[in-house]
Design a binder for this molecule. Structure first.
Ligand code: ADP
Length: 561
């Protein structure tokens, strides 16, 4: 091999930090807290990130150790996004919608040493959480006025107030030179049962993903943009948008936890947002709000681009926004791929009809991603727009294994002579122009409003109920949330009284184990659940059955056995 003679600059997030310091110190970050708008410039964020790094380092958290956040989208979370990876520690962003026991389980699995938590989140879970012993420091960030400030902190952990803590530290930090393969971030894919699936991003993968967000046929983030990630910063790095905005030199607008239409309108107007992203559920509510209130439309006139992902979108979604002068771009991704893999923007090869129909496809692979679809026998399917198979992806920003979990290599990854392929669990077609369309999901999960619900976890608890003989939970299409869980059950002793009784009981029963939003909307009673060849419940048959205009929601509905 003849080695090239180019500079060995590590692909680390310090490239982002340095670029902001060199070129964009005066650009803006606007956070809309429930209590009011907070404005900062990037120079402030960098200054505070350096203080934060001194605080974390001063408390003995060493290179490679994990630092957790339980926080909404705010300037403080952005400071953590910069400080934690750039000092060589690993940012573990935890989903704030999880139950206290799931949060504790993830803190222990990741061996987190410090936990930064928004006050509003601590107020909800603080009383119930059993912090594992690895967590030595708890740092509270005052995101909203709280009536119970100062209460219920556990013993055995040192508690700090974020502003006090960083206020006492120096604003100069000796940022280390990092190896590009060092871990930078950690994100768990969902709070399902069994061993958690942690995706451990490296500096190299996150930096390459950040650059890809700037590609013209990627997200096309530019310096002139004001970017509003309304997807939570605990969801795969807010889909990479905060790092991309910093790298591009775009302004950022952060909505904290408020993604209701009125709050978003206020922030868009205050920061003059040009591009925004979130799951379709958020934008469907936003659209109705704009249609109902003409004055709101005038307030969001700066908004021009909407990259949307997390769930499929339809033609009318795209057309309704186009009427308002907002260009929707369909995207697809998953936590395991940092998360962006497909964007729907390259169009020059298409004729008018193809152009119209292709807009609802998830798009073409972003340069750097290679995709294939594979049938049940492991054979590659043709790109004819009809043959469907499991979507598999290979990319420098796709995972090759899960964190602290040896058993998943065979399930989720295929290693051939040339490369590793990640099995996405999505079923797709690819047309001759290369456009990928997701047509089904092989993984047994339900995605409601952008958040995963584990069918298996619900089934397990339902099976523990004394009335239940068989249980299956499936996703039912929903106009607002995209999908909602529905429980299909067979009772041990099936009488009309038992059905009524179970219908009354199942929600409070499940509420002992799950958050409210994870609990099935309805229960459907069956005489027997349909089975596949191997004797397992045939969920495809169940799904077909409940979406075929059957009398859903009726406790007395019993499909023929
Ligand atoms: P994210 O935070 O990007 O939603 P997750 O890992 O939680 O990442 O979810 C990824 C999964 O979401 C995909 O495997 C797919 O099932 C679904 N998904 C994401 N984007 C789309 C889309 N545009 N259309 C259909 N499904 C999508």
């Amino acid at each position: 091999m003849l080695a090239g003679l180019m500079q060995q600059v590590p692909l680390s997030l310090n490239l982002v930090r340095e670029r902001v310091a060199d070129l964009f110190p005066g650009k803006h970050v606007t956070t809309r807290f429930k209590t009011g708008i907070h404005r900062a410039i990037y120079a402030d964020i960098l200054d505070r990130a350096a203080r934060l790094a001194n605080f974390i380092h001063g408390n003995g958290v060493e290179r490679g150790s994990r630092v957790a956040t339980l926080a909404w989208n705010s300037h403080r979370h952005l400071e953590l996004y910069l400080a934690v990876p750039c000092m060589g520690t690993v940012l573990h962003t935890i989903n704030a919608r999880m139950t206290a026991s799931d949060v504790a389980m993830l803190l222990a699995h990741a061996n987190d040493e410090m936990l930064f938590v928004d006050r509003s989140i601590w107020d909800v879970i603080g009383a119930d959480i059993n912090l594992p012993p690895c967590v030595r420091h708890l740092v509270v960030m005052e995101d909203e006025a709280s009536e119970v400030a100062g209460s219920n902190f556990p013993a055995g952990v040192v508690c700090h107030d974020y502003e006090d803590a960083i206020g006492r530290c120096a604003s100069v930090f000796a940022w280390p030179v990092l190896d590009e393969n060092e871990a930078a971030g950690l994100c768990y894919t969902s709070g399902t049962t069994g061993e958690p699936k942690g995706v451990l991003y490296s500096h190299r993968s996150t930096t390459l993903h950040t650059l890809a967000c700037l590609f013209a046929d990627g997200i096309a983030m530019r310096e002139r943009d004001v970017c509003m990630p309304a997807v939570p910063m605990f969801h795969a790095n807010a889909w990479g948008f905060p790092y991309a905005a910093l790298m591009a030199g775009a302004d950022l607008a952060l909505p904290c936890r408020q993604t209701d239409p009125a709050s978003l309108v206020e922030l868009i107007e205050a920061a003059q947002v040009t591009m925004a992203t979130a799951v379709p559920t958020v934008w469907l509510g936003f659209l109705s709000h704009l249609k109902a209130d003409a004055s709101a439309l005038g307030r969001v006139s700066s908004l021009k681009r909407l990259p949307v992902g997390g769930a499929a979108i339809g033609q009318s979604f795209i057309e309704e926004f186009a009427k308002l002068g907002i260009d929707v771009m369909h995207c697809w991704g998953m936590t395991e791929i940092s998360p962006l893999g497909l964007t729907n923007s390259a169009r020059s090869k298409l004729d008018a009809e193809e152009l119209r129909t292709s807009r609802t496809a998830q798009g073409l692979p972003i340069p750097g991603c290679r995709l294939r679809i594979v049938d049940d026998n492991g054979m590659r399917c043709p790109s004819d727009g009809r043959s469907s198979g499991e979507l598999q992806i290979s990319s420098p920003w796709a995972a090759a294994a899960y964190f602290n979990r040896a058993d998943t290599a065979s399930d989720s990854f295929i290693v051939d002579e040339e490369r590793t392929w990640l099995r996405t669990g999505d079923v797709a077609t690819i047309d001759p122009n290369g456009f990928v369309r997701i047509v089904d999901r092989a993984k047994d999960l339900i995605k409601s409003g952008g958040e995963w619900i584990s069918s298996q976890a619900l089934e397990l608890q339902l099976m523990n109920h004394p009335y239940i003989r068989e249980a299956a939970v499936i996703g039912r299409p929903d106009p607002k949330w995209q999908e909602r869980p529905v429980a299909c059950v067979v009772l041990q002793c099936d009488t009309p009284e038992a059905r009524v009784h179970f219908e009354e009981q199942f929600r409070p029963y499940l509420a002992r184990f799950f958050s409210k939003w994870q609990i099935p909307e309805d229960v459907l009673f069956w005489n027997e659940l349909p089975k596949g060849k191997t004797g397992k419940t045939d969920k495809i048959a169940l799904r077909k059955n409940i979406s075929a205009d059957l009398p859903l929601g009726s406790a007395n509905y019993a499909p023929p056995s």
